[in-house]
Design a protein around this ligand. Structure first.
Ligand SMILES: [Zn+2]
Length: 399
């Protein structure tokens, strides 16, 4: 398969010689309702997993849940609920919303709070190896200790710092040697959970959760690591910086595959801006298949401007696929049967070419049109209908 790798900034061929695909995708911080941006990430990697499994590969798909983080605590405070209850409720709601668009759960769905004891020895080792330092009960990663820090972002230091600051970095923390240094272990506020550690009670930083969970469940090298493009920096740069010195395996990830942001009215859809289309609201008017189809009609790596008209159009398209599956032809003879081999081959070639789901959907449309035309001509379409059903299923489309 060929995939665009964010680190290499080019499309490269990735093979899976032992038939196993180790896949890690950064999951949600469960504090609010799922919007189309969450749905897009869920749908893209779910479809990739379905495709790889259909190709005969054994996928080991791991996702984390950041059930301890500042936004979650802030919301719990605002709503006067226990952070555990909020996290649990929102995780369940997220899974229910995604199930409606036929997203299966990853094989391993791991809460950050369940992995604290695994993170402590990693942080200890980073200190011992000179990649981290302790100040007053907190531990910071020293970006100067890894000269290639931030390579995945392909930007200069000033841009890295500006971007990190926009995404929660505290550049003014007087304990830091470099404003880009990031927290591995931090003090907890009085109403936040705290775990014992060699440096005093506290809680882990966000970045150490993902590299620890990824290496614990997948080993020192991940084949495909996913997440939204907003995670490239600093989050994924930090993951690389934490993982490689510990495992000694470079690169930590063979292909970094990022999903573009979803926009609404020209602005990135986000909880902080409040411009969101919620999955459950969209599904009040449209089918899960339409939502999934509209999502997969966008190249996964591009930004995607959400428009209701696109979901409407996808609903029509889903109906056309359904009609092609239902059309009856009385012909049974093999000689007059519609041969789907070329469609199947093109479907595989298209998805192998940087996971081109819009191209794959066009092939489904062509096959559906051929089925209807062939059936009307009185020829046998049964095998072609089975194929359409199978290929639609690979994209997670069930009718
Ligand atoms: Zn992550």
């Amino acid at each position: 398969m060929r995939l665009f790798d964010t680190l290499a900034q080019q499309t490269k061929t990735i093979d899976f010689p032992d038939g196993v695909v180790k896949m890690y995708v950064c999951g949600i911080t469960p504090y609010d309702t799922s919007h189309m941006g969450h749905a897009r990430v869920g749908i893209v990697y779910d479809t990739l997993r379905r495709y790889l499994e259909w190709c005969g590969l054994q996928v080991r798909y791991v996702q984390n849940i950041t059930d301890i983080d500042d936004p979650l605590f802030e919301r719990a405070r605002r709503d006067k609920v226990d952070w555990r209850v909020l996290g649990e409720q929102q995780t369940v709601r997220y899974l229910q919303s995604l199930a409606k668009v036929n997203v299966e759960q990853p094989h391993f769905y791991i809460k950050a709070t369940s992995q604290i004891t695994q993170m402590l020895p990693v942080i200890t080792e980073l200190i011992e190896r000179g990649h981290a330092y302790v100040v007053d009960g907190a531990v910071y990663y020293s970006v100067a200790s890894k000269p290639d820090f931030g390579t995945i972002f392909h930007q200069d230091y000033a841009t890295m710092l500006t971007t990190a600051n926009e995404r929660g970095n505290d550049a003014n923390d007087p304990h830091k040697r470099d404003p880009l240094d990031f927290v591995l272990w931090q003090h907890s506020q009085p109403d936040e959970p705290a775990w014992p550690s060699p440096w005093g009670p506290g809680r882990p930083g966000w970045h150490i959760e993902c590299s620890t969970i990824a290496t614990s469940y997948l080993g020192p090298q991940v084949d495909i690591h996913g997440g939204g493009t907003d995670l490239i920096f600093p989050h994924h740069a930090c993951e690389i910086a934490q993982a490689e010195p510990i495992t000694g395996v470079v690169p930590f990830v063979r292909a970094w595959m990022h999903v573009g942001m979803v926009y609404l009215d020209g602005e990135k859809m986000s909880k902080s801006l409040g411009n969101m289309a919620f999955v459950d609201d969209v599904l009040k008017s449209y089918s899960g298949a339409a939502l999934r189809l509209a999502t997969l009609k966008q190249p996964y790596h591009d930004p995607y401007e959400y428009r209701e008209a696109d979901i409407q159009a996808a609903e029509q398209q889903a109906m056309a696929l359904r009609d092609a599956l239902a059309v009856l032809s009385e012909a049974t003879g093999e000689q007059t049967a519609l041969d789907g081999t070329a469609y199947r081959n093109r479907f595989v070639q298209t998805l192998d070419d940087n996971f081109d789901t819009p191209g794959a959907i066009m092939i489904l449309d062509e096959l559906a049109a051929a089925i209807v035309e062939t059936a009307h001509a009185g020829r046998n379409v049964q095998a072609a209908q089975h194929l359409l059903h199978e290929l639609a299923g690979v994209l997670g489309l069930t009718f």
